[in-house]
Design a protein around this ligand. Structure first.
Ligand SMILES: *Cc1c(COP(=O)(O)O)cnc(C)c1O
Length: 362
């Protein structure tokens, strides 16, 4: 069986490095908002090229608190996509704001920036692009629209750790950048975790208060906040893994290259990397007319695949009241298939997958 992801292999490789760190935290007996978290925030902001980084307990909370910190709430609208993971949109709704959906670019599967302006109303406060699958959204035209209409930009970079747009790491291309450390992400904890990066000192202080009950100093609460903290154990795991991120992303890109080379003559649409963009291949997503039968055939050959995502948010039961036409989104979700992708896939496994795809499609 070729697994879709392979966290056991990852632990086999880094366990030696990790175990003593985890052990020492257990022995020290300090578990929340300590030195590991502080150091990780510093290392992460330095790595990403942002001035500040505030850790929280998930990517979902990173998005939720980012929106909250900008004062966005009831009656406000945020422009985003429907072709994404549920929490990009849930974060908007949990703040009482309204998600306004824009269709996606058929090549990158990220927001179609040419369709943003027509959705702007007097209630629009922000644009929330998702750097989906590890490919950056087209930020130049997006920033132009945001500037023209005085809108905030909140980046959902939960699938795009160290992806680049014109030489800049994503997360730094708007007011706030949100990351997830869910175990399967390019940088993942052994549990939940998230981070918000920003260059705005005031926002970073506000976010630190929001994640900790609105507290300014112990037992002094300036406003109502939340319990959304990264813990010391996860921070120590992430500090170790951050050192491997460049190498692991390089491996993902190499695997994508092998896929591209062996699949290019099949009747498929392969992922693209736009000029000026650096894709970090959180997922390797192809499109195929007979997606469901291809998925089934591959499973028979021991190859696990997934679909990200089969039902767009505006078609989800929870959000069915949003009536909107998104033809590209609705077409793509029936054709996409995510092939196995993780830094520990071997070259001969990738070639085997490609061969089995050729058989299935012939
Ligand atoms: C994973 C993910 C999130 C949410 O992150 P969690 O840490 O699981 O809460 C948000 N947006 C996108 C695009 C994601 O892939």
């Amino acid at each position: 069986m070729i697994p879709f992801i392979n966290l056991k292999e990852e632990y086999r490789l880094i366990g030696k490095e990790l175990n003593p760190k985890i052990h020492s935290i257990l022995e020290n007996g300090f578990f929340v908002l300590g030195e590991e978290v502080r150091n990780f925030e510093e290392e992460f902001s330095k790595y990403m090229g942002s001035k500040y980084a505030v850790s929280v307990n998930s990517g979902s909370d990173a998005l939720f608190l980012a929106i909250k910190s900008l004062g966005i709430g009831i009656k406000d609208e945020i422009i985003t996509v429907s072709h994404t993971y549920i929490s990009s949109v849930d974060a908007i709704v949990r703040n009482g704001a309204k998600p306004v959906f824009v269709d996606i670019d058929p090549e990158t599967y990220c927001i179609d920036t040419s369709r943003i302006e027509e959705k702007i109303t007097e209630n629009t406060k922000a644009i929330l692009p998702v750097h989906l699958y590890g490919h950056p959204a087209d930020m130049d035209p997006l920033q132009e629209v945001a500037l023209k209409h005085d809108l905030f930009i909140i980046e959902d970079a939960c699938q795009a750790h160290a992806a680049e747009y014109n030489g800049m790491k994503v997360g730094n291309l708007g007011n706030l950048g949100c990351f997830s450390f869910y175990p399967t992400k390019n940088l993942g904890a052994y549990g939940d975790g998230g981070m918000i990066v920003t260059d705005d000192a005031e926002l970073s202080e506000l976010l630190k208060q929001f994640r900790n009950y609105g507290q300014s100093k112990k037992y002094y609460h300036d406003f109502q906040g939340y319990n959304s903290r990264l813990d010391e154990l996860q921070a120590s795991v992430l500090r170790v893994k951050l050192k491997h991120l460049d190498d692991w992303n390089k491996k993902r890109r190499k695997i994508a290259e092998i896929y591209n080379a062996h699949l290019k003559d099949l009747d498929l649409i392969l992922p693209v990397e736009k000029e000026g963009s650096k894709h970090v291949f959180h997922l390797y997503v192809i499109r195929c007319k007979n997606r469901d039968s291809l998925k089934e055939e591959l499973l028979k050959k021991g190859i696990q695949t997934q679909i990200h995502y089969p039902i767009p948010i505006h078609k989800q039961k929870a959000y069915q009241n949003s009536i909107v036409e998104l033809p590209v989104t609705e077409k793509v979700c029936n054709e996409i298939l995510s092939l196995p992708m993780n830094p520990f896939l071997k070259e001969d496994e990738v070639i085997y997958i490609c061969e089995m795809m050729e058989v299935a499609l012939s």
